[in-house]
Design a protein around this ligand. Structure first.
Ligand code: ADP
Ligand code: MG
Length: 379
């Protein structure tokens, strides 16, 4: 990626970049809707990501180009309004610039900027967090600043929440920032606290993106959030992470049936995350896979954030050989399914699943085969 970035930078701006950084995309491994309930989540930084190259300019002008977008967006140093239409992608790098002073950090004045990606966008792999973190790293390096990794993660999330206007949790930026090859990133969302956990050798990820999206996804997300908060209130705690599986069971009669189901998904999912830690420590990928599939079944029946398309893929995958487990990944209500497989799960195996899906739903899902990769870093 570095050589390609240098090449394209030179072609675009007629000179060499001064700093280059790259940040990976991520997969939500397990921990579904646990973040805003104060729980834990495990994510995987993957081996695909977004690279950003930058060279400072003396005239205060800011030029933005991307290998994935046509044309160049030319802004003055005082131009920090949100962009719309074709230029809206610039809100990610621009949002990061605007976020830096909020964390007591300097933003560079003028520069030429180029992004280049081998990560599909809008596929639930968080290309948005990747471009934010890679941007933050080049801005910081160009101005000689080296804040803690935690701060870089927070800058990225702040940009996405407040400038782009997407209310994402800490998973996206946290995993992209703290990722490590052959590891998963564990996040205790309440801190948030970040750590890494070894992933046994031979674990492969296959992502099947259905490109489906429930028409009411934003409203459904808000409803689930409200139901979780209502459950916590009914149980007399601040957040559902403060309730054990046993306490919740004992309190079933105190909650409306739907609210109880939502709470059960979250509380049991938080328990599944800690069971996954134990299974990982025992290097038992079969047990890890069963927890992933159990997470999906809980989404399907309790949290009701799955869809017939996602259920179909999970059913096909768990029946296929060399698959440890499968689940929807991300918020749900459409999107993608992730399978954890052995190394010898092949493109041919994946194709069979995609063909069965196409026979039922008309269009084949996009397939991405990936493994863990390193977190955001200067190149
Ligand atoms: P996801 O994060 O799942 O990929 P989002 O909608 O959150 O989906 O973010 C995708 C957006 O991020 C793109 O539409 C684009 O605006 C921006 N983006 C990501 N990568 C690049 C890139 N390499 N060049 C330009 N814009 C990018
Ligand atoms: Mg995103």
């Amino acid at each position: 990626m570095k050589a390609e970035l240098i090449n394209l930078f030179q072609k675009t701006y007629g000179r060499l970049p001064e700093v280059i950084a790259r940040a990976p995309g991520r997969i939500e491994f397990i921990g579904n809707h646990t973040d805003y309930n104060g729980g834990a989540v495990l994510g995987a930084a993957i081996d695909r990501g977004v690279g950003v190259a930058l060279a400072r300019r003396d005239d205060g002008k800011r030029n933005f180009a991307s290998g994935q977008k046509g044309g160049m967006v030319r802004l003055g140093a005082a131009d920090v309004a949100r962009q719309i239409g074709d230029d809206a992608w610039v809100n990610y790098p621009l949002g990061v610039l605007v976020a830096l002073p909020e964390f007591g950090l300097k933003a560079p004045e003028g520069f030429d900027y180029l992004a280049l990606s081998d990560l599909p966008t809008g596929a639930g792999l968080s290309s948005s967090a990747a471009i934010e973190l890679a941007s933050a790293l080049v801005y910081l390096a160009a101005t000689g600043q080296q804040p803690a990794r935690e701060t870089v993660v927070k800058v990225g999330r702040h940009a996405e929440n407040h400038f782009v206007g997407v209310p994402c949790g800490i998973l996206d930026q946290g995993v992209s920032g703290f990722g490590l090859k052959d590891h998963l990133v564990a996040i205790d969302c309440r801190g948030p606290k970040f750590s890494t956990v070894p992933l046994p050798a031979g674990a492969h990820f296959w992502i099947f993106n259905t490109h489906t999206k429930h028409a009411l996804v934003d409203g459904l997300y808000a409803t689930r959030h409200r139901e979780c908060m209502e459950a916590a209130q009914g149980l007399g705690v601040g957040l559902l992470a403060d309730v054990s599986v046993d306490t919740l069971r004992a309190a079933e009669g105190r909650l409306a049936p739907v609210v109880f189901k939502r709470a059960r998904h979250v509380v049991e999912e938080i328990a599944r995350v800690s069971q996954t830690h134990a299974a990982l420590q025992a290097r038992d990928l079969a047990a890890v896979g069963q927890l992933l599939t159990a997470s999906h079944r809980s989404s399907q029946t309790l949290f009701e954030n799955s869809t017939v398309e996602l259920d179909f893929l999970v059913d096909q995958l768990v029946r296929a050989p060399r698959v440890f487990g499968a689940r929807l990944t991300g918020g749900g209500f459409g999107g993608a399914v992730m399978a954890l497989t052995a190394a010898d799960f092949s493109a041919e195996d994946a194709k069979k699943v995609a063909e069965a899906y196409a026979a039922s739903f008309g269009a084949a899902p996009d397939i991405l085969h990936t493994q863990t990769g390193d977190g955001a870093a200067l190149l």
